[in-house]
Write a protein that binds this ligand. Structure first.
Ligand SMILES: CCCCCc1ccc(-c2ccc(S(=O)(=O)CCO)cc2)cc1CCc1ccccn1
Length: 248
């Protein structure tokens, strides 16, 4: 993908998001708003031009899967509709490379706000030189809003773009899923099984709703949807992998 026009941005945003994901939730004003087993979900309350854009950071620990497997199921379009419940339609607009695609997603309407769509590049990468010496493999999927000739934003009132769908408000998002595989080697030198695996997950998301939506509605949606999404997604990956050979 190094030749693609988006490559410099993909490289920069992915590196930034990896750094941001690694920052603990201790410092700063992260507010814990959901807990479920090992999952802790934090938010910061922020508004941009009167729009709620609360950054979200979740940490979770899932036994029995690797960081690669978690990122693979998050990145691949083939499984998305199995675990994403807030999407009405999903389309791969461009396959940039095996590890980089451009998605257009139409999300279900959240009453009373207008319906939204999201257009973003998605990049899967193994993080080569982790600072943590005993870290196994660290994998990241970074999703970041982009433009694309085949899906211009809705008519902005000044002129109607010939292909504009004119229906949905386009959100602006940056999302990162960072997964680290920890292996507890079996004492007796036996082969590693899924019982020896632990996946440490950090999920970061900032979604700008793109057009006005009541702060109370947005905060209620995020409070309800994000814990549901991360729980459903991680259980889905565990179920998909449990009877398959381990992939690092
Ligand atoms: C009035 C509602 C306006 C916002 C609607 C909206 C739009 C997009 C998104 C969203 C959320 C996560 C991703 S991802 O992590 O990249 C996975 C791939 O799908 C991409 C898009 C979210 C939401 C808000 C609704 C909502 C909140 C949490 C989870 C799901 N939906």
């Amino acid at each position: 993908a190094q030749s693609h026009v988006l490559w410099p941005e993909i490289d920069r945003i992915t590196a930034e998001q990896l750094h941001y994901a690694r920052q603990g939730v201790g410092e700063g004003v992260w507010e814990l708003f959901a807990e479920d087993g090992e999952m802790r979900m934090y938010k910061r309350e922020e508004e941009v031009n009167g729009l709620v854009v609360d950054p979200l950071k979740a940490v979770h620990t899932v036994k029995g899967v690797t960081g690669f497997e978690m990122c693979h199921y998050f990145f691949s379009p083939d499984y998305r509709l199995d675990w994403e419940t807030t999407i009405e339609q999903m389309k791969v607009l461009e396959k940039v490379s095996d590890d980089t695609m451009i998605f257009l997603q139409i999300h279900k309407r959240v009453w009373p706000a207008s319906q939204r769509d999201a257009l973003f590049w998605s990049h899967l990468r193994q993080v080569p030189d982790s600072r943590d010496p005993d870290a196994q493999n660290i994998w990241i999927v970074c999703n970041h809003s982009t433009e694309h000739h085949s899906a211009p934003e809705k008519s902005n009132g000044k002129y109607i773009r010939e292909k504009s769908n004119g229906k949905y408000i386009r959100v602006f998002l940056t999302v990162a899923l960072v997964c680290q595989t920890m292996i507890e080697p079996p004492k007796n030198g036996a082969q590693i099984t899924r019982d020896d695996l632990t996946c440490k997950i950090t999920y970061c998301s900032v979604v700008n709703p793109g057009g006005w939506a009541p702060a109370s509605v947005l905060r209620a949606v995020y409070k309800r949807e994000y814990p549901k999404f991360l729980k459903k997604f991680t259980h889905y990956v565990y179920d998909q992998c449990k009877n398959k050979p381990i992939r690092f």
